[in-house]
Ligand binder design. Structure first.
Ligand SMILES: Cc1cc2nc3c(=O)[nH]c(=O)nc-3n(C[C@H](O)[C@H](O)[C@H](O)COP(=O)(O)O)c2cc1C
Length: 376
């Protein structure tokens, strides 16, 4: 079985991830992974932390001479900010004044803070927020860098773009569909917003600037594509073998994602069937072309029908809520005094959407790599 497990607190020493189950002989380059990490680091709406970190992966095991050797791959990303925290994140016992100096008692509405305290009975929200923080997604992206390199050996590519920030939304040109090549180059063309439409990108950036000035936050939608995925991956026979269900679970687990959509599933719910389903065509084999076989002129299903891939690009959208740390804090209750207070303000992003795309890519890469390995 292929799987991965991350560990590490936001201001702890490092993030770590172990990936296991990949076959031997897969080419893996650290440069590829570091490029993925760079994409996660900065975008319009990112906060001060990302100016401190320069995420780079250290591969500790499982790769030899640039290829997987079939054993677990351990990777590490140092947290540069850790050194600014003195003993406040120490793994060893500390005097009470140090423990109190880092203590957080005003849980942020919308974050994991209070729910985590209720779960474990902590008197310090920091024990929760350090791990709930999406700093953890750096480790997922490093793992995603491995899965993506495996998928490339099977001719599968993954890329994402920003579809919406706040209420500013892009639509495909003239009612058609996006081109994968445009999605693939969006990071190089528009690293700050990652939107295919330059006009909308400007509007999105302005909206983020307004939210920053207003000490508010914004959410939005990221669309991720996987192309080159063969038909027949996943299964329709059992609830837990359906590929759309597995994708939904993996992408919903990304911090601040509150809905996952396959294809244009949400809009489709309000339409007639005749406007929704992708008609099936067949191209006869041609001697000089490999493109014969079944095809569709539209892809509203997002490449999956009945829990099984149909050979069209997989299209998945995730809906990020506006993040919950507000520089203009909401009201909460102090867990020690039980009095009404302003919620804690940890250094924070304004909008995570542009840089969160690569996290969706990593999680989709994981599900596809797992399905390919398990079903081959
Ligand atoms: C890349 C990324 C960065 C994030 N940065 C922040 C942040 O700076 N501040 C914040 O309050 N939430 C941030 N979040 C969201 C929180 O981690 C998330 O809302 C929190 O863990 C609670 O989980 P939930 O929203 O999924 O319920 C970020 C999410 C992602 C994907």
């Amino acid at each position: 079985m292929i799987r991965f497990l991350t560990a590490g607190e936001s201001h702890g020493k490092a993030l770590t991830v172990i990936v296991e189950g990949l076959p031997a002989g897969v080419p893996v380059s650290s440069d590829f992974i570091n490029h993925e990490l760079k994409k996660r680091q900065k975008g319009a709406g990112s906060g001060g932390r990302m100016s401190i970190e320069k995420d780079e992966v250290e591969i500790l095991s499982g790769i030899r001479f640039g290829k997987t050797i079939g054993s677990p791959i351990a990777m590490l990303i140092w947290n540069k900010d850790h050194s600014n925290w003195g003993d406040k994140m120490s793994v060893s016992e500390q005097p009470q004044e140090i423990i109190d100096s880092a203590k957080v008692t005003a849980p942020r509405p919308g974050h994991a803070d209070l729910a985590g305290v209720q779960k474990h009975g902590f008197d310090d929200v920091r024990n929760v927020l350090e791990r709930a923080s999406a700093r953890e997604t750096a480790a997922r992206v490093a793992a995603g860098g491995i899965f993506k390199q495996y998928l490339l050996t099977k001719g599968i590519e993954i890329a994402s773009h920003t579809l919406q920030i706040g209420d500013i939304r892009t639509d495909p040109p003239a009612g058609g569909e996006y081109e994968f090549e445009d999605i693939k180059s969006v990071y190089e063309n528009d690293p700050e917003i990652r939107c295919i439409d330059p006009g909308k990108s400007r509007e999105m950036k302005q909206l983020i600037q307004r939210a920053r000035m207003d000490k508010d936050t914004l959410g939005g939608i990221v669309e991720t594509w996987a192309v080159g995925v063969p038909a027949g991956l996943g299964d329709y026979a059992q609830w837990d073998t359906k590929l759309d269900g597995k994708i939904a679970q993996a992408l919903m687990s990304i911090q601040s994602v509150k809905a996952v959509e396959i294809g244009s599933g949400i809009m489709n719910a309000g339409k007639f069937g005749s406007e929704v389903h992708d008609e099936i065509h067949y191209r006869l084999p041609e001697l000089d072309s490999g493109s014969s076989g079944y095809y569709r002129k539209t892809n509203r299903a997002g490449g999956i029908e009945g829990g099984v891939t149909n050979g069209m690009p997989i299209i998945v959208r995730v809906y990020h809520k506006p993040i919950s740390t507000l520089y203009k804090p909401l009201q909460t209750v102090d867990i020690k005094t039980k009095k009404s207070v302003d919620a804690t303000v940890e250094r924070s992003d304004i909008c995570v959407v542009p840089r969160a795309g690569v996290v969706s890519e990593a999680m989709l890469a994981y599900v596809l790599a797992r399905a390919l390995i398990e079903e081959s």
